[in-house]
Design a protein around this ligand. Structure first.
Ligand code: EPZ
Length: 421
């Protein structure tokens, strides 16, 4: 049954919210369990739709997935396939993260080609070029990628053209089983890369330098299951920090590492918020004065995260002046802007730039989530809009946010989830 999120603006938020484990790590940690045959446990897993889909990908391969409270027990002892079906990959492009693990374990894989999505073409050329440097041969036919390693996997020194998160992850997961040393240059440095490297090392791999632009891998041939706790979700945390920036009288976010949010926190302070970080990793935000406009450039980590771009655009929309947001990571990640305009925002798009002229107040309206982060940002805009905002297509939000409505309501928002009319 289709549902919508209704939010009525005007409330102030206060209190503490605990974020879950990172979606953009948990999905890859799940895929990595294929490498070590046996029973692995992943803790701090968010209860979100994308985890359900990755669990289906694993069970399609023959794994057994048992779900506990934010915990997965995954038994990959008896996999009986190395093929991932189109309908699952089409639902979630992150399924492509199964490519590296299948190649590491079986030396071959058959994965449906993921389509593009609303935010861009989401190509795979860097994944393929990197894996080819390790000896993988590819054929594409009938919408599937067929990977094989007729001469086995061998180490290589490969430089990524762009620090692609997914390509870095697939290269790491295949590289740990390659004969000899692999060096990944211009590697992605996201905290989720470090989290995955830590789990691979716990499985018997030898990965050094994750989090830096150069990752060194000493190939091994014997991997075992492990127990691993997913790193906290910096993007979910950043989303709630923006909620606090919009209408917070002291919102405390627990569960993420403040060091993973250096630039967003700096931006929030520039925009007039008071942000305190505690020794326990708690981040507390409040704002009483006006929102000061600030320009934002999205970049690979440690640059400003593209996954917080829409949320900060909602904040800029009611700043006291003009801001420029430049999207450098994806080619088409401004669809949220057109929905926000329907709420009265004054935004002009010029290529990769969004020119935002702050308005005094947004007005509640029926809007549709264009994608995961845009949907979450529309709800944030509704928190400060005059009247009621009805957000539809909220299945996008459910992909990456656990109990988003409940968490905002617990902070004092006037918000509910209800059947679409
Ligand atoms: C991951 O996507 C995240 N998804 C994205 O989060 C995040 O926005 C992105 O990293 C950047 O941080 C998951 O981890 C599941 P990329 P990924 O490879 O790995 C281009 C969210 O909202 N590219 O770093 O797909 C690509 O098209 C999602 O949680 C190539 O051209 O990102 C994009 O423009 C959205 N060829 C840019 O690089 C390739 O072979 C960055 O992509 C690979 C990527």
């Amino acid at each position: 049954m289709k549902e919508v999120i209704k939010v009525r603006g005007g409330r102030r938020l206060a209190g503490t919210v605990k974020v879950e484990g990172a979606k953009n790590s948990a999905l890859k940690l799940m895929a990595a369990t294929v490498i070590g045959a046996g029973c692995s446990t992943i803790e701090n897993v968010p209860d979100i739709a994308d985890v359900d889909i990755m669990a289906q990908v694993l069970t399609t391969l023959g794994a057994k997935v048992e779900r506990g409270d934010h915990k997965l027990i995954i038994d990959t002892s008896a996999l009986d396939s190395y093929e991932t079906p189109y309908e699952l990959v089409a639902k979630m492009r992150a399924s492509i993260s199964i490519l590296g693990p299948l190649i590491a374990r079986y030396g071959c894989a058959k994965v449906a080609m993921p389509g593009g999505c609303q935010i861009g073409s989401r190509k795979l050329d860097m994944h393929i070029a990197g894996l080819e440097s390790l000896g993988v041969q590819f054929e594409t036919s009938h919408g599937f990628i067929h990977a094989s390693t007729p001469n086995g996997l061998h180490g290589a020194d490969f430089m990524l053209e762009f620090p692609s998160v997914g390509a870095t992850e697939n290269l790491m997961m295949a590289g740990i089983a390659a004969k000899g040393e692999t060096i990944i240059d211009n590697a992605a440095r996201e905290p989720e890369i470090v989290d995955l490297a830590n789990m691979l090392n716990a499985m018997g791999a030898c990965v050094e330098g994750a989090g830096s632009p150069t990752i060194h891998i000493e190939g091994r041939n014997d991997f075992h299951p492990c127990v691993h706790r997913t790193v906290g979700d910096r993007i979910e945390a950043g989303t709630f920090l923006v909620a606090g920036a919009l209408c917070g009288d002291g919102v405390t976010v627990l569960g993420a590492d403040p060091k993973h949010l250096n630039l967003p926190i700096r931006k929030l302070r520039q925009m007039g918020c008071e942000v305190e970080t505690g020794d326990d990793g708690a981040i507390t935000i409040k704002r009483h004065g006006e929102i000061i406009p600030a320009d934002i450039q999205t970049l690979p980590f440690p640059g400003f995260p593209t996954d917080l771009q829409a949320q900060f655009m909602a904040l800029s929309a009611i700043a006291n002046g003009a801001s420029v947001i430049t999207e450098n990571v994806f080619e088409n990640r401004f669809m949220f802007a057109s929905e926000l305009t329907r709420m009265g925002a004054d935004i002009r798009l010029e290529g990769h730039h969004a020119l935002i002229q702050g308005v005094r107040q947004l007005s509640g309206a029926p809007v549709a989530s264009p994608d995961l982060r845009g949907g979450a940002a529309l709800v944030l805009a509704g928190l400060v809009a005059e009247g009621e905002t009805v957000v539809s297509a909220i299945e996008h939000i459910d992909r990456g946010y656990e109990r988003y409505v409940q968490k905002l309501a617990a902070l004092g928002a006037d918000i509910e989830r209800c059947p679409a009319l």
